[in-house]
Ligand binder design. Structure first.
Ligand code: TYD
Length: 204
């Protein structure tokens, strides 16, 4: 039987630049003989992508938003994450439950215990082996967002919202230092890649 794969998640506030680096991590691991599966949340499955469309564009109650995030995650776990890890593949997920803590709890103010309850329901025995948290000051994130494209529901939020999301991400990184690598994402792409490589080496 194959050795179980590893689970790597990519997190950060909108505009932190995490998406730029997922391809690099895939190439880095492939060069070391690993099979990788790249995915994202909300989304990652046909149903999850429909939920993503609703989540990113419709107004809804905060409870509904949190529940749909975890509904998408449940499907993602069942259809993608668990089978891939069991087959020995390394799963690279653009966001996972830390984003629910950062956005629904930190950003929107939901009681953290509710997110914990959903987390215990949906993935009681699974946490990422490594979470790359791309961290940038708010001004930098905002500049990057404004430069890129049409903004979705979350991206149109005000600076204070992102300040709370960022603070919650950093609080979680401090709470779970064994799995978090905080990457200063204001550095050059080459310097950022160097830091990512060091974090990956520790898993190999
Ligand atoms: P994002 O990952 O930034 O994708 P893109 O780079 O294509 O814009 O978009 C997903 C949005 O969903 C992001 O603003 C954060 C939000 N989100 C939550 O609020 N809670 C969650 O649990 C997850 C997974 C995402």
């Amino acid at each position: 039987m194959n050795e179980r794969g590893r689970f790597i998640t990519f997190e950060g506030i909108d505009g932190a630049g995490k998406s730029t680096h997922i391809g690099f991590v895939g190439d880095f691991l492939a060069a070391r003989g690993k099979t990788t599966v790249s995915s994202r949340e909300p989304g990652g499955t046909a149903l999850g992508e429909k939920l993503r469309d609703l989540l990113l564009h419709e107004k809804m109650h905060l409870d509904t938003e949190a529940l749909l995030m975890f509904a998408s995650r449940r499907e993602h776990m069942a259809q993608v994450i668990e089978p891939a890890l069991a087959s020995g593949a390394w799963v690279l997920s653009d966001r996972f439950s830390d984003a629910s803590f950062a956005y629904q709890s930190g950003g929107r103010g939901m009681d953290r215990a509710r997110i914990e309850a959903l987390e215990n329901w949906v993935h009681p025995h699974l946490q990422p082996d490594l979470t790359l948290l791309f961290d940038v000051p708010l001004e930098v994130a905002r500049e990057r967002l404004d430069a890129t494209r049409d903004l979705d529901k979350f991206e149109r939020e005000q600076e204070e919202f992102f300040a709370r999301c960022r603070a919650e991400y950093l609080r979680r990184a401090a709470q779970f230092p064994h799995r978090f690598a905080v990457i200063d994402s204001t550095q050059s792409i080459a310097a950022t890649r160097q830091k990512i490589s060091e974090a990956l080496e520790s898993l190999l």
